[in-house]
Design a protein around this ligand. Structure first.
Ligand code: MEZ
Length: 559
């Protein structure tokens, strides 16, 4: 399949304006950025977070009255998958020093650092180790490694600006200051294969909202390379780090001293429940794109169903920043088999314009993500009416990737974007010659469970890292700070969990009393429901759910 004739006709309009746009770029002339004082207005009018009726206040738990997406509230106002009276906590199926729930970047980084502290570690993961949003990330990881032009100071200001200055300053301080060391760990100590200049220096470029070129990358498969690096290292220590796959956690277990002391796991193959007893727990379950908030398609991996939010909240940990959700500006919207899949921001970092049905640029291509996504939604709105229709009745705008070869030389697209070249080649589309049709796609859970800079939560013995944590990115994350955050806070969580296991964990009777209390709260709030949570997997057997993402019928296109 290539573009159908009617879309090829429209592409001619893009081709017509392309040479002039490339010339402008070469002269260093950029499309004007949306003035700061106008951004709020734009977000309020077009960003999905501001659509009325799509949020409601939670009726129970530590954040009672906090209004967040209906899809997340549905999860929080649901019963446990287990009857707490029927789980036998007196015999543990597994015992470990540190239990890590989640097999993504944060979980694997945590495992390595916990082991370094002498802890025995068990990673329990819902799918296979590495099936995570880390694996799906493409464009890069930010770190101020080039100190002649950059410093953690500028990185700090960018992160705060992107997050509307609402971020937790301590968390941002930790993120940006640990970043250069984390890059060195990934590249020099663990052998991560990043894109480099012939003299060995790391390549870097701009992302949306960055004031310096500090985005390091491995082609357009940076997340996959970071995940490979961490997972390979974990596999070097089979005696110290055990891995249980297809075993998601369905509840945290506390002990009589009020410490987190393990979890109930569900074996997806045998459908049995396992009790794991641990001296400390790291929750690193990732994001929630598969909730398809507001019916949006998503870039997220199949298991991203917000499980950790449910587990932590039931155990009394507060939520923060969940009132904002990140829609990545550029998700594939054609062909339909690729719907929702991430088209990395690195294309825009390399100079590709976003253009409408008439081939006109309508937004500066490196705005912070919420502003950029709003610009695209506005262009496709009935009010402006400049979106490009797809054969399935959706709308998108063009991401003009052929500009990149014209700007940087023939072969640049093939070299810098091998993942996307291969994906589109399957549909007979050559993205070095033809643009891609894109629309915003649900990408990132900006908020999550409250932590401090040690990755500690209000529940002693429970540490949280990665996308499930809130506060680092405020109300909007900038590109490349997620791969950084999973590594920085994964390491911190693993290290501190191991120290807790050694120094603070107390022996005591295990309990699921908090789950019983939660059920009682549900009842007292008059919530009568059959819903159970965590969801574990999206139910694409339900046609209502399936229509939210066509890729769900074409699992072969998912990594
Ligand atoms: O940080 C991200 O979300 C990221 C690297 C995405 C991308 O556009 O490639």
């Amino acid at each position: 399949m290539s573009y159908p004739p009617e879309m090829n006709e429209l592409i001619k309009r893009v081709e017509k304006t392309r040479p002039a746009r490339v010339e402008r770029k070469k002269r260093g002339e950029e499309f004007p950025s949306i003035p700061l004082e106008k951004r709020g207005e734009m977000l309020k009018k077009y960003h999905p977070d501001f659509i009325k009726g799509n949020k409601r206040p939670i009726k129970i738990g530590p954040n009672k009255e906090y209004a967040i997406s209906n899809e997340v509230v549905d999860l929080l106002e649901a019963k446990s998958r287990v009857d707490p009276d029927k789980i036998n906590l007196s015999t543990a199926h597994f015992e470990t020093d540190v239990l890590i729930i989640g097999g993504g970047g944060a979980g694997n980084a945590a495992a390595l650092l916990a082991r370094q502290q002498g802890a025995k570690v068990l990673i329990a993961t819902k799918l296979r180790n590495g099936d995570a949003n880390t694996m799906m990330a493409e464009g890069g990881i930010q770190a101020a490694t080039k100190l002649e032009k950059d410093s953690p100071y500028f990185h700090y200001l960018d992160v705060m600006g992107g997050g509307h200055f609402k971020n937790d300053p301590e968390l941002v301080y930790t993120l940006v200051n640990k970043a250069p060391k984390v890059m060195k760990w990934l590249v020099e100590d663990l052998g991560g294969m990043f894109s480099k200049f012939p003299d060995g220096r790391l390549k870097s470029m701009h992302g949306g909202g960055t004031s310096r070129k500090r985005m390091h990358y491995a082609g357009d498969i940076t997340g996959a390379e970071i995940m490979r690096t961490l997972r390979d290292e974990v596999q070097n220590y089979p005696d110290d780090i055990k891995i249980l796959e297809f075993s998601p956690a369905v509840e945290l277990i506390l002990n009589e001293h009020g410490q987190c002391a393990g979890a109930v796991l569900y074996n997806m193959e045998t459908e049995e429940y396992y009790v794991v007893k641990a001296k400390a727990v790291v929750l690193a379950t990732g994001g929630s794109g598969r909730l398809h908030i507001q019916d949006y398609m998503t870039t997220n991996h199949y298991g991203a169903t917000g499980d950790g939010l449910v587990l932590g909240y039931r155990a009394g940990v507060k939520l923060c920043f969940l009132h904002t959700v990140q829609y990545h500006p550029t998700g594939a919207v054609f062909p339909e088999q690729a719907e929702g899949l991430l088209i990395t921001e690195k294309f825009r970092g390399a100079g590709a314009n976003l253009v409408n049905i008439d081939g006109e640029q309508f937004v500066y291509e490196r705005e912070p993500r919420d502003v950029e996504a709003s610009g695209i939604i506005r262009e496709c709105s009935p009010e402006v009416g400049k979106g490009v229709p797809t054969p399935t009745g959706k709308f998108g705008v063009w991401l003009d990737s052929p500009m990149i070869d014209m700007l940087w030389g023939e072969g640049t697209v093939a070299k810098e974007f091998p993942g996307k070249v291969i994906l589109f080649k399957r549909y007979d589309i050559d993205i070095s010659k033809e643009p891609m049709l894109i629309y915003p796609t649900l990408h990132y859970q900006n908020g999550g469970l409250e932590i401090n800079a040690k990755s500690e939560t209000s529940l002693p013995g429970l540490f949280v890292a990665g996308e499930i944590a809130g506060g680092i990115h405020g109300e909007n994350r900038l590109m490349g700070n997620s791969l950084l955050d999973v590594t920085v806070f994964g390491r911190i969580a693993g290290e501190n969990a191991a120290v807790f296991a050694k120094q603070k964990a107390r022996v005591g009777r295990l309990t699921l009393e908090h789950v019983k209390r939660y059920h009682k709260e549900l009842e007292e709030a008059g919530i009568v429901t059959d819903r159970v949570a965590p969801m574990l997997l999206p139910d694409y057997s339900n046609p209502e759910v399936r229509k939210k993402q066509l890729t769900s019928s074409y699992l072969g296109t998912l990594r």
